[in-house]
Design a protein around this ligand. Sequence first.
Ligand code: ZN
Length: 316
Amino acid sequence: MSAALQGSVGLNGNNARADTIAVQSLLTRAGMRLGLIDGRCGPKTISAIVNYQRNLMRNPDGLVEPNATTWRHLTGQGSAARSAAPGGVRPATPTRNVTPVRTPPRVAANGNGGGGAPAIIGRATPPAAAAPTPGNSSTSYTTLVPRPDRSTLNRGLTSPANRVLLAKFGAPRENYSQNDQPITNAKLAAMMSTESVGPFRVTGLRPAVASLREVLSDVQRSIPDLYNSLSSAGMKVVRNVRGSSTSISNHSWGTAIDLKINGKLDVRGDNKVYHGLVLLAPFFNARGWYWGAGFRTEDAMHFECGAALIASFPNP
Ligand SMILES: [Zn+2]
């Protein structure tokens, strides 16, 4: 069996390889399906954690922390063992491997405070750990949690600047307002498509719509009730960024989507985000989509094709 967990594993966790392998092995032993035990904490591992946590807590956070509830259950030190514990009714357990149950060493992985410190501290900040208020499972996806630390979001992904999209596809039209207007660029207009992506229909750039369908299909397999709660608040919307007269919204090229959960829209800019959006982000990130919670002005309902994904699309 594995030794004690050194750092957190899961959504925005430290995800050290050895810890991730330990968690993946234990999840598999517990009957959760997650594919390969490869030491990489991707969306399959995160959703396996979420599914495992459904039996333990009302609002799964997708994160296994050292000595916290999920880890204790995975290692057979669950509630039963705990309640029996006072007299030390765990004699069989030998133990230098069992660390006492106390404050998780979140930042402790940071041995030498120097150079690498900021990244580690940033990563260590748990997103949903600020316990969401209890609710039944149908409402918990719209429970508000603090926006995760921006440095932990969208790793390796870039939101494409206007000039990137202009160079690739040209301008959607000559001028923009705060309201949706038609695309006048004929070549770009020819790349738009209206299709079902699973839980809803959208109009957007054809390859972006295809990619979105794949993301949602991943979500459907892993967290079906979250998938069923989703609807669109718009993909192709040709206008300026809200409140700006110079910045064109990436929705104008049909490469971004705003999502509702249970028909509700997360409020932009309040630095609080729906729990369900936090769970969705790794699925989007895994297929090259950037989550709008990473913008300076938090826009958690918003997901858009990252720069590398855009580059992989055909030119008009
Ligand atoms: Zn948006």
